[in-house]
Design a protein around this ligand. Structure first.
Ligand code: GLN
Length: 233
């Protein structure tokens, strides 16, 4: 189970979001607080973000090495600011390749997507363009093919096809941030300057709210909507 984080709001640096908080993704890479599956997230990390000026494809920096050892990223991250970020640290599922292309965030050139969990690849709808044979990369391709706007229908469908799947997905396109909970943790910090969605809180701010399991979170234009995924939406 990896840990991921999304930000939508005023421009913030990747260092502020990923490295500086007391329980940042950096700390979560070796000492996560709420992780139920796996102890460490040492199998790589990735940061994806949209330019502050708006428009254009997302930019990504991914690695198959642990985040804690990346002195180059630590040096540059304070200078990389964005109003829309998807970042993750990875604990590879047994049997999945450990390579940068298997590391979130994945992209179709418009959206960024991260997956916390595991899914049987055989139940996923076939889609072109998976970046890796990793389950998360194939899931990302399936979501991109259907359109991340349909996550609210697609995740329950995949969950029904693979009852053992854990399907916490986080996706963003520069102006929208979407997330599902399906088998693992997700917390939200919604402040005046934007919204953070994270597998676990990166600090002890009392405003963090835990999102219940099997829910969809949609953030756009300063508003956040949380809806149940089971039953009629
Ligand atoms: N199954 C994915 C992988 O192997 C995600 C793993 C996870 O969430 N720990 O990378």
């Amino acid at each position: 189970m990896c840990r991921h984080l999304g930000w939508l709001g005023r421009p913030r640096t990747l260092a502020e979001l990923m490295l500086e908080p007391p329980h940042s993704l950096l700390v979560q890479s070796y000492a996560p607080r709420r992780q139920r599956h796996g102890l460490l997230n040492a199998d790589g990390w990735g940061a994806g973000f949209f330019d502050v000026s708006g428009g254009g494809p997302p930019r990504r920096w991914r690695s198959a090495a642990p985040l804690w050892g990346d002195a180059s990223f630590a040096s540059v991250a304070p200078a990389l600011a964005s109003g829309c970020v998807v970042a993750a640290v990875r604990s590879a599922t047994a049997g999945m390749p450990i390579e940068a292309s298997a590391t979130a965030p994945f992209t179709d050139g418009t959206w960024l997507l991260s997956h916390n969990g595991v899914v049987n690849r055989a139940v996923l709808p076939t889609a072109e363009g998976a970046e890796s044979v990793c389950d998360s990369a194939i899931l990302a391709a399936a979501v991109f093919a259907r359109g991340p706007e349909t996550l609210g229908e697609l995740i329950p469908e995949i969950g029904a096809a693979d009852p053992g799947a854990r399907l916490n997905v986080l996706a963003a396109d520069g102006s929208r941030l979407l997330a599902t909970t399906w088998g693992d943790t997700l917390s939200m910090l919604h402040g005046a300057d934007g919204v953070v969605l994270a597998s676990e809180p990166y600090d002890d701010d009392p405003r963090w709210v835990d999102i219940p399991d099997r829910h969809l979170v949609e953030a756009h234009g300063g508003q956040v909507r949380v809806t149940a995924l089971d039953g009629i939406r």
